[in-house]
Design a protein around this ligand. Structure first.
Ligand SMILES: Nc1ncnc2c1ncn2[C@@H]1O[C@H](COP(=O)(O)OP(=O)(O)O)[C@@H](O)[C@H]1O
Ligand SMILES: [Mg+2]
Length: 147
């Protein structure tokens, strides 16, 4: 890939559908594995994609997860139509979750998704609009300073 070259992928995500949940992240992981990228960064990106997708499934109505790979970075953008995040600082805290009992019984809602994304990403930008939706942008750098 050259600097003028980039790879893009956009995958739809259904809210509340635990049958298809995780499929977008799997596709993103498989796609990244076809590029010659450091495996550690591919693992980080896969975690971010999975957590961002699961947040659409568990907390929103519908959305999409996009992937862009350039020479410089892996960028994952998860956008949804949904309730929005009421308090982003609180949502970033380990163990904080508004997931229902039903969702917890399915093994989700541990409140570790956003903290894990934060740990794995070089940049995390969250834009959220009450009763409209949320946009989560995750950037993982592929180049260290000095190339
Ligand atoms: N896309 C989203 N739309 C609405 N709320 C969200 C979204 N993503 C995260 N949240 C809010 O942030 C909280 C913390 O998210 P996270 O750390 O992933 O934990 P969990 O998903 O296990 O609840 C969620 O419980 C929810 O209240
Ligand atoms: Mg989550």
């Amino acid at each position: 890939m050259t600097s003028t070259n980039s790879y893009d992928l956009s995958l739809p995500v259904k809210g509340r559908c635990f049958v298809t949940a995780g499929q977008a992240a799997s596709k993103i992981k498989r796609t990244l594995e076809t590029f010659n990228l450091p495996p550690k960064l591919v693992r980080c990106a896969a975690i971010c994609a999975y957590e961002a997708e699961m947040n659409i499934v568990t907390h929103a109505c519908r959305g999409q997860v996009g992937l862009r790979v350039t020479e410089k970075a892996i960028r994952i953008v998860a956008e949804d139509e949904g309730p929005g995040i009421q308090d982003v600082d609180l949502a970033m805290k380990e163990g904080y979750s508004t997931a229902s009992q039903e969702i917890r019984e399915m093994g989700f809602g541990a409140g570790m998704g956003l903290p894990n994304i934060k740990r794995c990403a070089d940049e995390l930008i969250i834009d959220t609009y009450p009763n409209k939706g949320t946009r989560v942008e995750i950037i993982i750098h592929l180049q260290t300073n000095g190339g």
